[in-house]
Design a binder for this molecule. Sequence first.
Ligand code: CTP
Length: 425
Amino acid sequence: MNEAGGAPSPQPLRERRIVLGVSGSIAAYRAFEIARRLQEAGATVDVALTPNASRFAPSFTFRNLVGGVVSDDLWTTDEDPELHVALGRGADALVIAPASATTIAKLANGIGDNLPSLTALATTAPIAVAPAMDSVMFANPAVQANLETLKSREVMIVGPARGRLASGHVGLGRLAEPAEIVGATRALLGRRDGALRSRHVLVTAGGTREAIDPVRYVGNRSSGRMGFALAAAARDRGAAVTLVSTQEPPAGLYGVIVVRVETAAEMQAAVAKRREGIDALIMAAAVADYRPASVAAEKMKKEPGEAGRTLALEKTADILAEMAGAAGRRFVTVGFAAETEDLLANASRKLQAKGLDLIVANDVSAAGSGFGSETNAVTLLAPGEEPEALPLLHKYDVACTILDRVAAQLDAGPLRDGPIDAPGR
Ligand code: CTP
C-alpha cells in the first residue's frame, strides 16, 4: 500500500467488485492502466475480454495486474461454466472500456455472443461505456443511435475525447483518459447507493489572487487539494458537485462541474450565483481577507532612490459568513479554520461568529498538514458537540469524514431557517 506521510492511501473503491469489459480496439492496451488504477483504488477487478480484445491486449497481462477473474473465453472449463452469470451477479459495476462500435451495437440490441456482452445482459449493476473508434465511425448515425439507446437505459457514456486517433486523423473518438474512466466508475457507484445521491454540494478550493498590477498579485500558499478531495468524495457519494476553484483540478474529477475564478470577488459572485437549491456549501478555499485598494493599470516601476513602498489594502467580503447568515438558509455550511496558533479556540470562535454547522480546524504549521501536503490532521467542531480530532489522514479520507457528517446532518431532517444563533433557529 502506498503511503503519503505515514497515512494510508485512500481506497475509494474498497469493497467494490468491478468487471472491466474490454473490446477490440487499438485502445485496448489502455485497459491495462484502467485495471491497475481500479485495483489501486481498492476494487476487486475482474476482466472480461472479447476474443478480438485479447489480440490487442492479452489476458495473460491482465492476470498479472488484477486479483479477480480474467477471461476471454466463453467455453472455458477452468472457470465457472456460467462465467457471465457469475461475473454479472458479482459485479457492483460493469465498465466497458474501450467499447468498440460493434460492442456498443451489441449492448444496445441485447446481443450476447462474447463474455463482456453476455455479462452486460446478466447484470443489474450500473454500466459505464467508454467508446473508442475512428471519428467517422463515431459520428455514424448507427453508432449515435445505439449510444442514445444506452443513455436512455441509464448507461453512463464516458468520452470519447478529441485528439489524434490510431488512423493518424485528429477527431472525436479517442478513449477517455484512464483517470477519467476511474472517476466515472466512482460517480456511477455513488449515484447508485451513495449517502449524498440526489444532493447538490458546492465546494470552493484554492487560494484567491488579488491583483496589484498586471503582473503581480497578493496570494497565499493554498494548493486547492483539500477542496479537490472534497469534490471527489462528494461525487463518490452520489452528489451533484459544483467546484468553484482558483486552481486547475487534477484529472479524474469526472462529473464535477468546475467553475474557475481568481479573486475573492469572483469567488463570491460564483458562489452567490450557484447557491440556489444546494444542500451543502463547503468553503475549503483560502479566501483573501484583503485586496489592494487600487490596481495599477500598468506594471509598477521602481523609482530611483526609493527605500520601500506601502501597499494600501481594503477588506474583501466574508463569503462564508454571508452565505451562512442568509435568511432562510436551508443548506449545511462547512468552513475551514487555517491556524498557526490557538487552533481550537480560534476555530470555535469562527464557528460561532460565522454561524456555521461545522468547522474543520487545521493547524497549517504542523508536519504533514495544511497547504500543499497530501495529508491533513484536523479537528472537527460542531455547535454543541465535543470536538472530534482525526488522525493524520490523506486529504481524501478527511473529506470522506466531513461528508459523512454532512450527509448525517441532511438525513437528520430539514434545516431550520437562518443562521444557528438567529432567533427561530
Ligand atoms: N472565508 C470566506 N471569505 C473570506 C475569508 C474566509 O468565505 N473573506 C472562509 C474560508 O473559506 C474558511 C473560513 O472562512 O472556510 C475561515 O477562513 P480563515 O481564513 O481561517 O478565517 P478568517 O475568517 O479569514 O479569519 P482570520 O484570517 O482572522 O484567521
